[in-house]
Ligand binder design. Structure first.
Ligand code: ADP
Ligand code: MG
Length: 503
């Protein structure tokens, strides 16, 4: 099983430049209750529809995220500005998304709770599929019976994600004339997960992939057919119609821009990188994802969606929603919500707490007293950003004191989340070719990929049209030692695994 991640986080520089290393993996699959797996799978289309509906509501995104941006989150502020400055035009512009909803079981209740919904650079579909195949092959070799083998679900992630990108290419009007542009990080360490997808795009769809960083997009990208700003136009416009804003890279038309970078501030080392992102956003390529979709996957949005009636309202306004389906859809989604709290006093206003300060201070005093029951999260992706345990307790106590003294607490750019307590299971972890000394206590996180393709931009001009694609798109299990707070594979905390369905 391939490769390319370097060793654990931090020692990539020490690895020989030309060497490959296997991705970290678990020898055994991870036990996942079958009802939980099926419930997460059944909610995949709902989570996609919800995010699409949020992404289309620019006014709500502004109202929800601008306070967090103003509270010191320059990256979110920049993404909001990007979306504002490059508004994609309904009904022609395409929004393509490869999502991954991440879950962990909460042992005290047995509920499968959502950790987060990723709407940008949802990775490890292909290497996760390798883990599934490896576990199935070794189980067969070990002589597992038919019942046990049937507990290893086939993983369609590679085929499904490639099919989604191909659908984007077809809808772009360019089809096989256009390439799929993989937008990657400089010195990308997860290139092999992406390479398998590029192979699949060629083998199954005859589509060519080109890789570029955001800075390279700025240097070699052009919008053909019209200059300057203004609304994007339909590349399928009839001859003689207004020229389209087709993105070209190095002179080659781009059907799909697939971002595997751009999710964190480190991906924008220069203004050129932001210019590259804006070029994508202004083009008629199927952008995966648009800035609006990226914002719809932010932690603050996740927290706001948990508010009374908010999920229901967005599902009711989702592309293709029918009134009859909304309640069931909302129930599927809400059954996976963990406790989520805003840390902006304005969201805690009540008769008892007219400016919200006292109510928020009480919440933070509770978090300070029980720091193990919560996670403190900024608006960041990519792992390693959250605060846990004693550091969370100290931050909560400081914020509470600030609020009690009439300040704003200073945590408005963060959210507070219930800490999920996943059940422990044994797993033998292999990193850098070295296996742990037998199974060690571990916990596992289940990811369900989803694929979405739709048209429509800002929710004006009537209900959005039904999506062109809304499907589950495979799964991923990541396993980490029971004591570890964080969970990223690329970040060096977790290893790849696959589900073994129990019950
Ligand atoms: P990121 O966008 O950086 O991946 P996540 O919200 O996924 O942020 O958090 C990173 C990791 O931290 C998760 O993969 C998970 O292992 C752990 N984590 C996040 N939220 C919780 C939670 N509420 N309870 C327990 N662990 C969590
Ligand atoms: Mg995550």
């Amino acid at each position: 099983m391939v490769v390319g991640l370097g060793g654990a986080a931090g020692d990539a520089a020490a690895a020989p430049a030309a060497a490959l290393i296997h991705a970290p993996l678990s020898v055994e699959p991870a036990p996942i209750p079958r009802p939980a797996f099926e419930s997460a799978l059944a909610a995949a289309r709902d989570f996609n529809a919800l995010a699409a509906s949020v992404a289309a509501d620019h006014a709500w995104l502004e109202a929800t995220l601008a306070p967090a941006a103003a509270a010191g989150d320059a990256f979110t502020a920049r993404l909001l500005a990007l979306r504002r400055g490059t508004a994609r035009t309904p009904p022609t512009d395409l929004a393509l998304a490869v999502t991954r909803a991440d879950f962990m079981a909460h042992a005290p209740t047995g509920a499968l709770l959502q950790v987060e919904l990723n709407t940008i650079a949802s990775s490890f579909g292909c290497l996760g599929g390798c883990a599934s195949a490896l576990h199935a092959a070794s189980a067969a070799r070990a002589g597992w019976g038919a019942d046990a083998l049937a507990r290893l679900p086939p993983n369609t992630a590679k085929a499904s994600i490639a099919a989604a990108l191909a659908a984007g290419a077809a809808a772009s009007g360019l089809g096989r004339e256009g390439v799929i542009l993989f937008v990657v990080q400089p010195g990308e360490r997860n290139a092999y997960d992406q390479a398998a997808l590029a192979e699949q795009l060629w083998a199954a769809h005859g589509l060519v992939t080109v890789r570029a960083t955001l800075e390279e997009v700025a240097a070699k990208g052009r919008l053909e057919g019209s200059g300057g700003d203004g609304p994007a136009e339909d590349p399928r416009a009839p001859p003689g119609g207004r020229p389209a804003r087709v993105l070209t890279y190095d002179g080659v038309p781009v059907a799909v821009a697939y971002l595997r970078a751009g999710y964190g501030p480190g991906d924008y080392p220069s203004e050129a990188a932001w210019a590259g992102r804006a070029l994508l956003e202004r083009s008629t390529a199927a952008v995966c994802p648009t800035a609006a979709w990226q914002l719809a996957g932010s932690k603050k949005v996740q927290q706001a969606l948990a508010g009374a009636g908010v999920t229901e309202a967005f599902l009711a306004g989702a592309p293709g929603a029918s009134p009859a389906s909304v309640a069931a859809s909302a129930a599927r989604v809400r059954s996976h919500y963990a406790g989520l709290w805003s840390l902006d006093a304005a969201d805690h206003v009540s008769a008892a707490s007219p400016d919200g300060r006292a109510a928020l201070a009480a919440l933070l005093r509770d978090a300070a007293a029980r720091p193990g029951a919560f996670v403190l999260k900024p608006q960041r992706e990519g792992g390693g950003n959250n605060t846990y345990g004693p550091a969370l307790g100290a931050a909560a106590a400081k914020a509470a004191a600030s609020l009690e003294a009439g300040g704003d607490g200073g945590l408005g750019a963060f959210i507070l989340m219930q800490r999920i307590e996943p059940p422990s299971h044994g797993a033998t972890l292999v990193r850098g070719g070295v296996a742990s000394d037998g199974p060690v206590p571990c916990v596992s996180e289940l990811g369900i990929f989803g694929a979405w393709l739709g048209r429509g931009g800002d929710g004006e001009g009537g209900p959005p049209p039904p999506p062109l694609l809304n499907e589950p798109a495979g799964h991923l299990v990541r396993t980490k030692p029971a004591g570890a707070d964080e969970g990223g594979v690329a970040a060096g905390f977790a290893v790849l695994s696959s589900p073994y369905l129990v019950g």
